[in-house]
Design a protein around this ligand. Sequence first.
Ligand code: GLP
Length: 244
Amino acid sequence: HIYQDSESASWYVANEIAGLIKQKQEEGKKAVLGLATGSTPTKVYDYLVQFYKEGRLSFKNVVTFNLDEYFPMDPTSIHSYRRFMNEHLFDHIDIEPYNVHIPDGSLSKEEIRKYCMDYEEKIQNVGGIDIQILGIGRTGHIGFNEPGSSLNSKTRLVRLDRVTRLDAASDFFGEENVPKRAITMGVGTIMGAKKIILMAWGEGKSNIIHQAVEGKIKESVPATFLQHHENCDFVLDSAAASNL
Ligand code: GLP
């Protein structure tokens, strides 16, 4: 789906999500969302908050699983994805706190293996993710699945690519402050979602979008694995689509 700008593209995605939530509400079921951080999805979150404030949407039946978190990371830190999600979405809607799941970057290394297995189990226990939204990193990563991640990878502790750490440097006031690792859902976890929506804005993403959509499927560009998914949409602005 190619839109003139990220505003109209985000409007489309927000309405897809709202539509799912309402449909599940009518069926008396939970809507399970896979959520992403980064600058890309922020307008989608703004629209969802707006729908809630206008009384058009409730999140009482919504369960969320975030893709990733830096490690180590204090959840209250200004750099944490937990804080990002609270500020952009959760603090402004009627979601039940126990329905929100974000990988915990404050665990000890020994606790992580079990924690990641439990994260996978929680996703399974609610029937899997209905809609997973994604951004894309310059390395072609989805979540924090960097080049070399396998198609079947699950939630785990990973090492971040140099390019990813460079891209995050300004947020952390210097590359040396960017954590070297992260906890991320795996490519396999993401591929398990019933529907995937990958969003990308701006010319800076046009090369990696070209590779992800039209390139050969390979581990060195994890987003190419999405070509295997039966129900995956790329929602782009015209600049991000300019190399297609
Ligand atoms: C980080 C996140 C990804 C995100 C990427 C792109 O690496 N872990 O989930 O897709 O950044 O960020 P942005 O949306 O700011 O371009």
